[in-house]
Ligand binder design. Structure first.
Ligand code: ZN
Length: 319
């Protein structure tokens, strides 16, 4: 335990969001909003590449820990999973909903693997149309979290945000130290080559599994790859504390803070090679449109508003 553990963030720690790369934007929207029943909580563009959408899915309000986002690049080649990458992103569902989902995925033409037990939980692994590895995890008491009722998925079976991620790493100790020293996680046991880290007990996005893969080959990023994973900071001050801890205890420098409109972010490459982000909980997705109509209109940051016509002309039609 480090000398600075007392300075750990006082807010709820855990994942803030996971961002992945997709091919077709339309196919991505159909899969996550219609088949999986997530809410499209923001339709905007990649601020660093405004000819590309940035689609945010989440629970009804897009609370931290429920958010999965995509950069859809239509002609992106498929990625190949390797060490230094996120292996799987999992969602929480109520314990009684696994049967519903097994049936729904088959009915929608989405192959899934057989349900398996991991760390005492029932897990249903499957992939999105670009090959992104996903899983549904039955969480005891999951039904007590609010479920978003979409057109096709009733609230009782709805996904309750992210469960966690697993990272495929050559070796895991240095990454684990950052999770525990800086990001508010605690070691929570191991199974085979996987060590589990947990942030709190009840909030979504509380699990990070580190899989030690030794000399497994490096991958290549592409469609179906996770681009980065973001962890929560309750505010700017908590984020600044985490940035200082990274520098002091781990010799890691982050980027400067970037304003992502819905949160403020710093980025760094963790020792295992995965791109990590620390994102503030505020201000959230209702800052530029009402909660009731989240995701309906194309939202642009102020610095891109002047180019709206050109941007809309190059974005693919989502309807
Ligand atoms: Zn991000």
């Amino acid at each position: 335990m480090s000398a600075n553990a007392a300075a750990a963030p006082s807010g709820q720690p855990g994942l803030h969001h996971v961002t992945a790369i997709a091919g077709s934007a339309r196919r991505n929207l159909d899969f996550y909003a219609r088949i999986l029943g997530l809410r499209l909580v923001k339709k905007t563009v990649n601020f660093d590449d405004p000819g590309t959408y940035h689609l945010y899915y989440g629970d009804e309000a897009g609370r931290p820990g429920t958010i999965l986002t995509f950069f859809p690049w239509a002609n992106m080649a498929p990625g190949r999973l390797g060490v230094g990458e996120t292996q799987e992103t999992s969602f929480r569902v109520p314990e009684g909903a696994i049967g519903y989902w097994s049936h729904r995925l088959i009915e929608q033409g989405v192959a899934h693997d057989a349900a398996e037990q991991r760390f005492g939980e029932t897990v249903l692994p499957f992939q999105d149309p670009d090959g992104l590895r996903l899983a549904l995890v039955a969480v005891p008491g999951g039904e007590r979290a609010p479920g978003f009722a979409s057109d096709e998925v009733p609230a009782e079976h709805a996904i309750r945000g992210c469960h966690g991620i697993s990272l495929l790493l050559a070796e895991t100790a240095a990454t684990g130290a950052i999770l525990t020293d800086v990001l508010g996680f605690s070691a929570a046991g191991s199974e085979g080559s996987v060590t589990r880290y947990r942030a709190g007990d009840t909030a979504p996005g509380g699990i990070v599994d580190l899989r030690a893969a030794g000399g497994f080959m490096r991958g290549s990023m592409g469609a179906g790859s996770v681009h980065h994973v973001a962890f929560r900071a309750q505010d700017d001050a908590a984020q600044a504390t985490m940035v200082a801890q990274l520098a002091r205890q781990h010799g890691i420098r982050t980027t400067q803070q970037m304003d992502r409109n819905y949160f403020r972010s710093v980025y760094f490459r963790e020792p295992g090679g995965v791109l990590f982000e620390i994102a503030t909980d505020p201000p959230g997705f209702a800052i530029d449109e009402p909660l009731a109509s989240l995701g309906h209109a194309l939202k642009l940051p102020d610095f891109l508003e002047a180019s709206r016509a050109e941007i809309e002309a190059v974005l693919p039609d989502l309807t």
